[in-house]
Each structure stands twice: as structure tokens, then as C-alpha cells.
Ligand binder design. Structure first.
Ligand code: PXG
Length: 420
């Protein structure tokens, strides 16, 4: 096996420099752990940005891949395949919406949602062609395609990638009056929102924000689109972040705190990190605006992806991962709050379930969070800053309480070393 040093050199020489990874090479993963080529073991506290909620190389998901890859992997949608329909029935009943449009990556699913929303605006709402407007939020992150970066306000994501796609207006996140005002603009067809802003630094809105925003949209006949690519699939202690503070003890019941989206966007953990699988769900009156030839993807809905997604979602229920994330999240924030109180380094901890962030006592432009993450790595835990002073902590949801407490000790030890 090549060494860490060699692996880093190869990426540096032959790969586009579109990332700045932490200097650690991962060669193997199992559950909450990953190993480098030299055999050092780490706790994964990023989970591939919440894609690996079910843990690395989950045996049931791996088994599904092996079995289906020996049977049939890809047919394209030129023909029917014998898994897609079964998957469509499964996932629509799982999330409580009539229909699904299967794609591969998160950004593709967001693009799909935008296309459905605009088409619905023209054909169902009677908006004049090419005038549809979609409301988005400041500091959003929805992916990297040209249209999506057109409504980003991150200079790195945007600069020199223009000209940009038109038809988007921004509102302040977690500010209902800002949304209310934008909804008075002509030609508004949709509101696209992350129920918790992950990339912005795990920004959790007020308890009533999502529900009230959806209500305002409903009053104006505007589609409420939830991007749950990072927050969904048990990460925040409920099946979806739009479930609110649910107390479901098992399978999602969509109880009183649940807000129904008009369009639900999923990706990442839909495959447990084993394969790129994304999906857009909506009720028929919305989804039916898409007719043959108007949207698609070679790999979208392939039998391997469909099987993987079904197993990945079954694992969420069978292992009660939402409930585990809910319980461990509370414990984690409690322990981090002790560090906020007892040290100068951490000033805040925030989050929901096992999607959390600590804010470090320095500026967003500083490299303090980066240096702290290097310290964590030396002590056997991998995390990554979202800004110079914010570190996201998002371990796989299969973690045990004992493992979580071990991780808390690693973080504590690193803080103590760092303070000196
Ligand atoms: N929506 C949200 C809320 C996301 O967090 C996407 C859409 C796009 O998903 P894809 O599969 O197209 O990456 C995300 C992705 C990165 C990166 O490397 C992406 C995310 C988080 C951190 C880094 O571009 N989230």
C-alpha cells in the first residue's frame, strides 16, 4: 500500500487543486472509525459531510452492493428496470410524498427541484415565461453547479464563474419579515431553504421559523422547498430537520412538529455514503409537470442505486439512528458547554442531534480552527472547520455513548494542549 506521504504527493501533482484537505490519508473505514495507510485509527467526526450517517462500510449496505452489482447495475431509463418501481414505492411511502424523481448528486437534486418549481410556476400558477423568481437565503449552500452558485454569496464559490443564472432573490435566513417582504414581489414561485444551514456553520433557526416560513409560502401559493441533503436522514435527531423537535420512538410518524414540504431534496446519506444517490420528492400535482424528455440522468434511478438507498433507509429505522442522534446530540452539547464555560477557546456550541458546531474564540479569517483540527487529528479525531473559527462535529450516527464520551475526552485533551 502506498504511504500517506506518497498519496498526498500524487493528489498534489495530478489532481485539480479544488480542495484543501486536512493532511491525513484515509485507507479504510468501519463504523465510526477510519484508518490511515500506516494503521493509525481515527474517529470520523465529519462523516463525509453527513453522507456516512449509517457508518463506514455498513455490512448490510455493502452486502446489498455486492449482491445487486452481480445482478444488474445500469440500464439507463431507455428501458424499465425491475428495481426502480419498488424503490419509488418504498421511498415515497417512507417520506410521505406521492412521487420521486431519482438523481445522483446533491447539486443535481437541487437543480431538479429548481426546474420542477419553475415549470410548476409557469404551468400551474400562470407566471409569464422566463419571469419566475425563487427566493433563497443569505449564506446558503446548495452545491456547485453554475445555476446554484449564481445565488450563493460566497466569493470563492462565485468569482469568475459568471455569467450567472437569473431569477433568484435573497432573504435573510431565520428572518420571517424578510421572507414576508420577498413574497410580495411579483412572479415568486418557490422558497428554497436549508432547515439548518450546514456550510454556513451549523446555523439553527428559531423553533418556529421553518413552520412559519412554510405557512407564509402556502398563503402565497409559493412552493416550500426543503434542502435536506445535509440535515436529513436522521442527522438532526429526527428523520428530517423539518420534523422539528419530534419524539418519535421508532419509524418517523410525521407528528405535530412536522412541516410538510412541497418539494423535498435528499442526497448524501440516502446511500449511507456508498454510492451517489439523490432524490427529489413532491406530491403528484407538482411532480406531474415533468413529462418525458424534459429532465433526467443516465444514472438516475439505476437498480444498484435503488437497492442501496432502500437498504440505507432500512438501516436508519432498524438501528433507530434518529433516536440515537437525538440522545447523543444532547449529551455532546452538554459536554461541549462545559468546555465553553471552563476554557477560553470555545465560545459557543450549537446544533441539533449529531449536527453540531463549536465556535472558537477568534475571527472567521483566522486559522485557529484549522490548527485545532490538526491537534484533534494528532489525538485521533477528524473534523474540519467550516470557517476560520467554526468547527463542525458530525460523527456517524452509529456511535455508542461510550465512544462519544471517548471523543469528548479527545476534544478536551486537545483544548488543554491548545490553551498552552
Ligand atoms: N445542499 C446542501 C445543504 C449540501 O450540504 C449540497 C446541497 C450539494 O451536494 P453534492 O452531492 O452535490 O456535493 C450540499 C453538499 C463540497 C461540500 O465538497 C459539499 C457539502 C458540504 C461540504 C463540502 O463541495 N455539502
Amino acid at each position: 500500500m502506498i504511504s500517506s506521504h506518497e498519496a498526498i504527493q500524487l493528489e498534489d501533482q495530478y489532481g485539480a487543486h479544488n480542495y484543501h484537505p486536512l493532511p491525513v490519508v484515509l485507507a479504510r473505514g468501519e463504523g465510526v472509525h477510519v484508518w490511515d495507510p500506516e494503521g493509525n485509527r481515527y474517529f470520523d467526526f465529519l462523516s463525509a459531510y453527513s453522507a456516512v450517517n449509517q457508518g463506514h462500510c455498513h455490512p448490510r449496505i455493502t452486502e446489498t452492493i455486492i449482491e445487486q452489482s452481480k445482478t444488474l447495475t445500469l440500464t439507463s431509463r431507455a428501458f424499465y428496470n425491475n428495481v426502480l418501481g419498488e424503490y419509488e414505492k418504498f421511498i415515497t411511502s417512507y417520506f410521505g410524498l406521492d412521487k420521486v424523481l431519482p438523481m445522483n448528486t446533491g447539486a443535481e437534486a437541487v437543480e431538479t427541484a429548481i426546474k420542477i418549481c419553475r415549470k410548476w410556476g409557469y404551468e400551474k400558477k400562470g407566471i409569464n415565461e422566463n419571469e419566475a423568481t425563487i427566493i433563497v437565503c443569505d449564506n446558503n449552500f446548495h452545491g456547485r453547479t453554475t445555476t446554484i452558485i449564481s445565488f450563493s454569496n460566497d466569493p470563492d464559490a462565485r468569482k469568475n464563474f459568471g455569467p450567472y443564472t437569473q431569477g433568484f432573490v435573497k432573504v435573510v435566513y431565520n428572518d420571517l419579515s424578510s421572507l414576508r417582504e420577498a413574497l410580495t414581489l411579483p412572479n415568486v414561485v418557490g422558497f428554497l431553504v436549508e432547515p439548518i444551514q450546514g456550510e454556513a456553520g451549523v446555523v439553527v433557526p428559531d423553533d418556529d421559523y421553518i413552520r412559519s416560513a412554510a405557512q407564509l409560502c402556502k398563503e402565497k401559493n409559493v412552493l416550500f422547498m426543503a434542502d435536506e441533503i445535509q440535515t436529513g436522514i436522521a442527522r438532526t435527531g429526527s428523520l428530517l430537520a423539518i420534523c422539528g423537535d419530534c419524539s418519535c420512538a421508532g419509524k418517523c410518524e410525521r407528528g405535530n412538529s412536522y412541516t410538510k414540504p412541497d418539494i423535498l431534496i435528499l442526497g448524501k446519506a440516502l446511500s449511507g455514503g456508498a454510492y451517489p444517490v439523490s432524490a427529489v420528492l413532491a406530491d403528484s400535482e407538482i411532480m406531474d409537470v415533468i413529462r418525458p424528455g424534459q429532465h433526467g440522468s443516465t444514472y438516475g434511478g439505476n437498480p444498484l442505486a435503488c437497492k442501496v438507498a432502500m437498504t440505507a433507509l432500512e438501516v436508519i429505522d432498524d438501528e433507530k439512528l434518529a433516536q440515537n442522534a437525538r440522545k447523543l446530540g444532547q449529551l455532546f452539547r452538554e459536554k461541549m458547554r462545559e468546555l465553553v464555560d471552563s476554557t477560553n477557546l470555545f465560545v459557543e456550541v450549537r446544533g441539533k442531534g449529531l449536527l453540531n458546531a463549536v465556535i472558537i474564540n477568534d475571527s472567521p479569517e483566522s486559522d485557529t480552527a484549522w490548527r485545532f483540527c490538526l491537534g484533534l487529528k494528532e489525538n485521533g479525531l477528524l473534523a474540519k472547520p467550516t470557517h476560520g473559527n467554526i468547527i463542525r462535529f458530525a460523527p456517524p450516527l452509529v456511535m455508542t455513548e461510550e465512544q462519544l464520551l471517548e471523543c469528548v475526552s479527545i476534544i478536551k485533551k486537545t483544548v488543554e494542549e491548545f490553551d498552552h
